[in-house]
Design a protein around this ligand. Sequence first.
Ligand SMILES: Cc1cc2nc3c(=O)[nH]c(=O)nc-3n(C[C@H](O)[C@H](O)[C@H](O)COP(=O)(O)OP(=O)(O)OC[C@H]3O[C@@H](n4cnc5c(N)ncnc54)[C@H](O)[C@@H]3O)c2cc1C
Length: 350
Amino acid sequence: MASSPDHMRVHTLIIGAGPGGLSCATTLATQGVNTLVLERKEIIGPKVCAGGITWSGLISRVPATLAEKSFPQQHIYTPLQRVSIEEKTPIIATVNRKKLGQYMAEQAVAAGANLRTNVIVRSIAENTVTVEDRASGKNEKISFTCLVGADGSSSLVRRHLGLKSTQLGIGINYQIPGNLPKMEWHLNNRLFGNGYAWVFPHSDTVSIGAYADQKIMSPAKLKANLITWAAGKGFTLKDKKARAEYINYDFRGWNFGNTFLVGDAAGLASGLTGEGIYPAIVSGEQVGQTILAPGHSSVTMDNLIRKHDKHCKMVTFSGKNGFVNAMLAEVVTLALRSGMIKFNKLEMAV
Ligand SMILES: Cc1cc2nc3c(=O)[nH]c(=O)nc-3n(C[C@H](O)[C@H](O)[C@H](O)COP(=O)(O)OP(=O)(O)OC[C@H]3O[C@@H](n4cnc5c(N)ncnc54)[C@H](O)[C@@H]3O)c2cc1C
């Protein structure tokens, strides 16, 4: 598509170079579609995240060198149980989000996508966006045939479509130096509502954090409880910098004519666990396929949405009251321990 010097035109404009935007860009550019990705951050990748990816979902799809540590064993703690489950293959691995982002950006660029960083999309009008270059402060307009909102939990594209986001989880992460051997999940209704706290070891750091539904627990309370709980385990977080973000699980559709939503912008993260990298990548690919061929089979997307819906139902049920949640946590943990349910039932991969 032709561009004049003052007004660029592209076929598909993707806002956001997270895993969702980058997987969509690679899918489209591989087939020769003129694709531009705009990212407000200067560096692609860094994101508040525990960096957990699952075997059923992603471990087998990213180069082994990206995995910081892999864990065939998972340790689950409740007020009444301490459970270790083990499988032959790693259940979860940790990745550094900067390295994952850089790898995915290289894939997109190698496929032929254009990528611009340090630019923020300020507004969207019909088939045109206004973009601010953060270094120069200058504005420019870019026109598109298709628009993909891959701009995360506070998506501008989602707001432009008039969609609300009321189902939100809150994730708080501390990335501290350390080299630990065990991946841990801590379910405790009193401290973390219907969410959990985690210890996810990376190569030379450890992600310690907590996730909860914001309707059940305020971010301030979750943070205070996390700090107190971690101190009891010998981690001093009080003086460290916490980073927190909302995780949108309020799915209200993904295909709106020439405008599409992927990942957190679509509300496709799990409300139950906060897992969002896999849904972002898969929905990015599926939106790409749909732009390439509007009649593209929606089976993969439908399966993802069905899994997402199951997680929503579980989070709604477990959030009904503290007693129900505490009992459910014990029952699920017991079922994992006895092998009645497999860990991957709690994952977003289908
Ligand atoms: C504390 C915490 C821990 C988590 N841990 C895990 C985990 O262990 N495993 C897991 O699978 N998921 C985890 N998640 C969720 C996961 O991080 C997200 O679901 C995932 O990153 C969503 O990918 P995305 O591509 O949809 O959006 P994002 O990764 O949020 O990317 C969106 C991009 O859009 C850019 N952007 C936004 N607005 C604009 C704009 N106007 N103009 C230009 N660019 C813009 C942003 O800068 C960003 O780079 C965690 C989240 C939190 C908060």
